[in-house]
Write a protein that binds this ligand. Structure first.
Ligand SMILES: CC(C)(COP(=O)(O)OP(=O)(O)OC[C@H]1O[C@@H](n2cnc3c(N)ncnc32)[C@H](O)[C@@H]1OP(=O)(O)O)[C@@H](O)C(=O)NCCC(=O)NCCS
Length: 392
């Protein structure tokens, strides 16, 4: 049966005032997940201040909060954590794929394609029910770290690791990537990693979450929406910034070079990664939290180089451009101290933001309205068609 779509002709948009380049300031939907506020309220996940969640809750509590709309009690948390361990297994198709990936492939491309393949092996993707999507979300949260670690270990020829049920999500993640878990320094690193995962988990209608929601609004499957989100996150103006910040620190090399380096970059009109935000013009509350942890980790590791470079760059950027660091800036300091390879920084963001994305996809599909905005037409006005043989 053929369907005739009843689209209106491409007329010029009548109300130009409705147009906002980059959708800046546009409210594109409703969400109960997160309040981004530059004022008194600060950043809230389902009503809870981010500062308290980062300081007092483990990341898996935050993941649970986003997916189930309440903070877990001890029993709920134990069950959730056990599920994350049980479901940390990759299907055979993923293993074959990881074995065939070129050694120079970017981990973000691997995780994007890996999530897409998880959709291939899920035999019931047509079921978009709330319960089915929560179940899939927990699977993705368990499998994505494994996928990232497995591909990294294959390329570097290191033996595979399995998550342990006596470790937290962050401790396991650090262990899967670096083999570290026992010593005091590793415990301190896992704590900072945990804080960074909580801070990365959710941020309203950012580009990748919006991409996920647009895709979900067609009532396609969760994996398709998450694949869209990962593709959007990869860009350096979004999640790719944390990797770019580390690259900048490595290029600067020492605190003594930092000021000249930034000033020269600004003269050349370069963007300094890890600064600025489309919404948070007065500063990012998350950056203040991760900066404090990056500083204390520098002390614990006895390595102040990255933190000193960072604070110098920060000072010059505030003086010269009035721009504040965003979450990616001091997170890069923390991840450098952990010895995590920098091409894994944006994939680490995925390990966390998968919770926010999934919660948004579920929220979108629970109250769906297809996203279909309009464009302001800027092409030529109507012209006469010229048959192929008459064209000069
Ligand atoms: C995040 C970002 C895209 C938001 O940008 P935006 O709201 O669209 O702001 P604009 O791109 O319009 O920039 C406004 C002005 O600030 C400048 N600016 C913004 N971020 C800058 C940065 N990181 N370095 C240098 N200048 C910057 C722009 O050049 C522009 O200056 P101009 O008016 O003299 O041309 C932008 O700040 C950026 O590119 N940051 C670096 C990437 C990054 O850290 N991304 C992670 C975001 S959480």
């Amino acid at each position: 049966m053929s369907t005739v779509m009843n689209e209106s002709p491409a007329t010029e948009m009548k109300d130009r005032s409705a147009y906002s380049p980059g959708l800046e300031g546009v409210i594109a939907g409703e969400s109960a997940l997160c309040l981004v506020d530059e004022g008194e309220a600060g950043l809230l996940y389902r009503g809870y201040p981010i500062r308290e969640l980062a300081e007092h809750s483990a990341f898996e509590e935050v993941a649970y909060l986003l997916l189930f709309a309440h903070l877990p009690n001890r029993q709920e948390l134990a069950n959730f954590s056990a599920q994350l361990i049980d479901r940390a297994v990759l299907p055979r198709l993923l293993e074959v794929f990881l074995g065939a990936v070129p050694s120079d492939a970017h981990p973000m491309d691997i995780v994007r394609s890996g999530v897409s393949l998880l959709g291939v092996v899920d035999s019931d993707t047509a079921d978009n029910s709330h319960e089915a999507n929560v179940y899939r979300s927990i699977g993705l949260l368990a499998q994505i770290p494994l996928m990232i670690a497995a591909s990294y270990r294959l390329v570097t020829g290191k033996p595979r690791r399995r998550p342990h049920d006596d470790l937290t999500f962050a401790e396991n993640l650090l262990y899967l990537l670096t083999d570290r878990r026992e010593d005091d320094q590793a415990k301190a690193m896992a704590r900072v990693l945990d804080v960074s995962l909580t801070l990365y988990a959710e941020h309203e209608f950012n580009a990748s979450t919006f991409a996920a929601r647009v895709t979900a609004s067609t009532m396609t499957d969760l994996y398709s929406a998450i694949t869209s989100a990962i593709g959007a996150l990869k860009g350096p103006l979004h999640g790719g910034a944390n990797e770019a910040v580390a690259e900048m620190f490595l290029d600067i090399g020492s605190r003594e070079r930092a000021e000249t380096w930034v000033r020269e970059a600004l003269v050349k009109k370069h963007r300094i990664m890890g600064f600025g935000h489309r919404v948070l013009k007065k500063g990012d509350a998350r950056s203040i939290i991760i900066q404090r942890h990056a500083e204390s980790l520098s002390r614990i590791c006895g390595d102040h180089r990255w933190y000193e470079i960072a604070t110098t760059v920060n000072r010059v950027m505030e003086q010269e451009k009035g721009l504040h660091p965003n979450l990616d800036f001091y997170t890069a300091v923390a991840y450098l101290l952990m010895g995590i390879p920098r091409e894994l920084y944006t994939p680490l963001f995925v390990c966390s933001r998968i919770t926010g994305w999934c919660a948004h996809v579920i929220e979108q599909q629970d109250h769906n309205r297809l996203m279909r905005p309009r464009a302001l037409y800027t092409g030529p006005s109507r012209r006469d068609y010229v048959p192929l043989d008459h064209r000069s």
